[in-house]
Write a protein that binds this ligand. Structure first.
Ligand code: XMP
Length: 516
């Protein structure tokens, strides 16, 4: 069994990021809730434990608690921020509300030789976010670092493989964050990096074979990386038993259908059924401008189209199809488990997907993976770069990037502008440096312009490049002005209906990534 680092979750956002960083270090990692007992934890046989940060103070009335008995075991343990303070308190140290919040980039002073900071600079920038501070380390712990607001900014046990830090090693603002985390994993917990794309594939192929046996499997492709990689894995595991379905709802970007029909099929040799349903979706969307209404219509039509395709395949193969492949990722699994209290901002996760009551059992080979791992797996499976490195694209497609009615004409305008933006981004080799680049057509708005000798009265296009780690929060990407100028010139020259190009400079929150 794969060695596992369990991250005890005191606040989902931090915890997920920690698990990702551990995996980047080549070791499998999963989240567990802070309510887990010592016995439950030990039953999972973790190779190490990390106590995550969290938004609370250990003194707060409803502060998340945990079973402090876990410290009686010998499992290597690393506390981060809130987890560090909880650890200090449970082991007899002192946590004080110093009334001095330390937030943001802070200078850390390494005070003594230590495993965590071995061969790193004695002064380094770290990211802090705390109100309370550990003012006394537990007995048998050495204080290895300090900062202006944290007299104990890191400690290590003399007796057990225990250590902790007040700062956040998982965020990129902490210069040596990944190195510190790796020192804990490799030097204190003595783990070896074995979680690699080829091991992941081997592992998943066996799991899929065991689940599916000799039954028939169906998979809906969206053109996106998740469904493509999920399908490629199932294809590798059970080959002939898999049939993929691609519903062309007419709301795709230029070239996307061809990519699936040609490149994906060539790379994987999957059996593919393509359904051209553009007319059906456009007819159903006629006259609709409301974003949620559009999503509902698309969701409904998508399910119907998929069901039609499935019954055709059933008839042809004269057999039952027992399984449906879905490209669910680990963050979706975590978020649906932790979902209580998180507001649904947009009803997106069921759009462009399929409802659970379709009469299939689900095969979800990517359930344990983060997006970057999915990409690595996809590359190793030989999928084309254009698919593996594709930005996320919403299930309802261009329909939610047209503010106004979805018509053939509007789709054509948006497709042309979107293609230019993508081409120029790729040419500038900045594709991988941003998360997503929606291009939005304001079909309801017109503005006056001048072109050649004449007055124009065209539509504006909005460029919405964003940087993000997980789409939960995002910032607008600072793309080079030259690139923006190029995109703007080309769009206004080449797309007759567009006479104005604007840049969206709103972060998320408050703005969402998509406009609808
Ligand atoms: P927002 O706009 O909520 O988007 O900031 C967050 C991420 O989700 C994608 N998105 C969707 N994906 N169906 C999908 O499959 C949807 O209805 C949908 N709406 C938004 C969006 O592209 C971004 O990556």
């Amino acid at each position: 069994m794969e060695q596992t680092v369990l991250v005890i979750d005191f606040g989902a956002q931090y915890a997920q990021l920690i698990a990702r960083r551990v995996r980047e270090a080549g070791i499998y990692s999963e989240l567990v809730p802070h309510t887990i007992s010592r016995a439950e934890l030990e039953a999972k046989k973790p190779a190490a434990i990390i106590l995550s940060g969290g938004p609370s103070s250990v003194y707060q009335e409803n502060a998340p608690t945990f079973d402090a008995e876990i410290f009686e075991s010998e499992i290597p343990t690393f506390g981060i921020c809130y987890g560090f303070q909880a650890m200090a308190q449970a082991l007899g140290g002192v946590v004080t509300n110093t009334k001095e919040r330390e937030y943001g980039a802070t200078l850390l002073n390494v005070e003594v030789k230590s495993k965590l900071f071995e061969s790193l600079d004695p002064q380094q920038e770290v990211w802090m976010s705390h109100g309370d501070a550990v003012t006394k380390a537990p007995t048998d712990f050495v204080v290895t670092a300090t900062s202006a607001g944290a007299p104990v900014a890191a400690f290590e046990s003399n007796l057990k493989p225990f250590a902790g830090v007040q700062f956040h090693p998982e965020v990129l603002h902490t210069t040596n964050g990944q190195k510190v985390l790796e020192k804990f994993l490799y030097e204190i917990a003595k783990l070896k990096p074995t979680w690699t794309a080829s091991n992941i594939i081997e592992d998943l192929v066996v799991k899929i074979k065991n689940q599916v046996g000799s039954e028939q499997v169906i998979c809906g492709l969206s053109g996106g990386v998740d469904s493509a990689v999920a399908a490629a894995l199932v294809q590798k595991a059970v080959g002939e038993q898999l049939t993929c379905v691609f519903i062309d709802h007419g709301l795709l970007r230029e070239g996307e259908r061809a990519q699936v029909e040609n490149d994906f099929v060539k790379a994987t040799k999957v059996k593919l059924v393509v359904k051209d349903e553009a007319k059906r979706f456009l007819t159903a969307l006629k006259g609709t401008k409301d974003p949620e209404e559009k999503r509902k219509i698309i969701g409904r039509e998508f399910i119907r189209s998929f069901e039609d395709a499935a019954s055709e395949i059933r008839e042809k193969s004269a057999g039952e199809i027992k399984f449906l492949v879905q490209g669910t990722l680990y963050p979706d699994v975590v978020e649906s488990g932790h979902g209580a209290g998180t507001a649904t901002i947009k009803s997106h996760h069921n759009v462009g997907g399929l409802p659970k009551d379709l009469k299939f059992e689900l095969v979800e080979p990517l359930r344990t993976l983060f997006k970057d791992e999915v990409r690595k797996v996809g590359k190793l499976l030989g999928l084309p770069n254009e698919i593996v490195e594709r930005h996320p694209f919403p299930g309802p497609g261009l329909a939610i990037r047209i503010v106004g009615e979805v018509t053939e004409k509007n789709l054509e305008i948006l497709r042309a502008a979107d293609l230019i933006a993508r081409e120029e981004l790729t040419k500038a080799e900045l594709n991988q440096s941003i998360w997503q680049f929606p291009v939005v057509l304001l079909a309801e708005v017109r503005s006056v312009g001048v072109q050649g000798d004449g007055r124009t009265y065209g539509h504006p296009i909005v460029l919405r490049p964003v940087s993000s780690e997980d789409a939960m929060t995002a910032d607008w990407s600072r793309l080079p002005y030259d690139l923006l100028a190029k995109i703007s010139n080309r769009i206004t020259n080449e797309v007759a209906e567009i006479n104005r190009v604007t840049l969206d400079i709103t972060s998320k929150p408050p703005g969402t990534i998509e406009w609808e």
